[in-house]
Design a protein around this ligand. Structure first.
Ligand code: ZN
Length: 291
């Protein structure tokens, strides 16, 4: 299963888990952006703050440039609406599950393999559903998440690994030949070894002796590839859902996460019922153009 960690969501939908490195930089930088009227509008990264400062769209309110004030009247009010307190909080870079501080990764509560196929107004509202988990909490939760994904695979008749692969039987034969030759098994009769060698030679266009590098290359040949009609699991599931079903789906993942991780350090302001879509009125236009 493609792991739901930032940076680890390869396009692969294979059902095998992938061990990924932990985050090298903190997820939360906790920079603060104030409106010209002096109200805290939202929290963000250093990069965003620098973006405003460099364009003279904001002034710095402290020496370390961690708090800025916009110099223009933004279209929206930022995160000041009722129920949006979560977005204004200072956030610690710790695992929301156990409070641990090491080997942290960004976890997508709504698995990325689904979210990436969702409409922009949902995707652009992702920060609520990306939290920090340590590797241990993450791995423990992934097996629970996998059961849910399998249910959806059945319900929408689309396997987790997707549908529409083209098999490469020739590559399979070359794999077998390379394996046998690499083993240097002296039980294989000489005539058979010659036969295996000629299969490899023919495919790779090698004249002389075959070295281990060529054999390893043979082992790297794909046994399956995606056809033009290939469909990803997440793509089909999201496509088949109505708008309401999609909202329910997102809330289901939030509930499932809370029930199974039993987070010790998740903000009390984080809500299963938090809006799923980006509400244009509550956002600052300039911010959305940068993300
Ligand atoms: Zn943890």
């Amino acid at each position: 299963m493609s792991s739901d960690r930032e940076g680890s969501e390869s396009d692969s939908t294979s059902a095998h888990s992938v061990t990924m490195p932990s985050r090298q930089s903190p997820l939360y930088e906790n920079y603060s952006v104030y409106s010209p009227r002096g109200a805290l509008m939202f929290r963000c990264s250093r990069k965003k703050v620098e973006w405003y400062l460099n364009r003279k769209l904001a002034i710095s309110l402290n020496e370390s440039r961690t708090v800025i004030q916009l110099t223009f009247e933004p279209k929206g009010n930022g995160r000041v609406g009722e129920g949006e307190e979560y977005y204004l909080e200072d956030r610690e870079n710790i695992c929301v599950g156990c409070g641990g501080q090491v080997r942290l990764t960004s976890h997508h509560i709504v698995p990325f393999q689904y979210r990436k196929f969702m409409p922009l107004e949902i995707k652009s509202h992702a920060s609520h559903d990306i939290v920090l988990l340590c590797n241990r909490c993450h791995d423990a939760y992934e097996s629970k998440a996998l059961s849910v994904k399998k249910e959806y695979a059945k319900k929408y008749d689309i396997p987790l690994e997707g549908r529409g692969y083209i098999p490469h039987p020739q590559h399979r034969r070359l794999h077998a030949a390379a394996k046998a030759l690499l083993l240097k098994d002296n039980k294989i009769p000489a005539w058979r070894l010659k036969e295996l060698e000629s299969q490899i030679r023919e495919f790779f266009g090698v004249d002389g002796s075959i070295d281990d590098e060529v054999l390893k290359q043979a082992l790297g040949l794909p046994l399956l590839s995606r056809s033009d009609d290939f469909e990803e699991h997440g793509e089909v599931v999201v496509r088949k859902m109505s708008e309401n079903e999609l909202e329910e789906f997102i809330r289901m993942w939030r509930k499932h996460f809370v029930e199974h991780v039993k987070p010790q350090s998740l903000s009390a302001m984080w809500r299963v019922e938090d809006p799923v879509r980006n509400r244009a009125s509550a956002t600052v236009t300039l911010v959305s153009t940068m993300t």
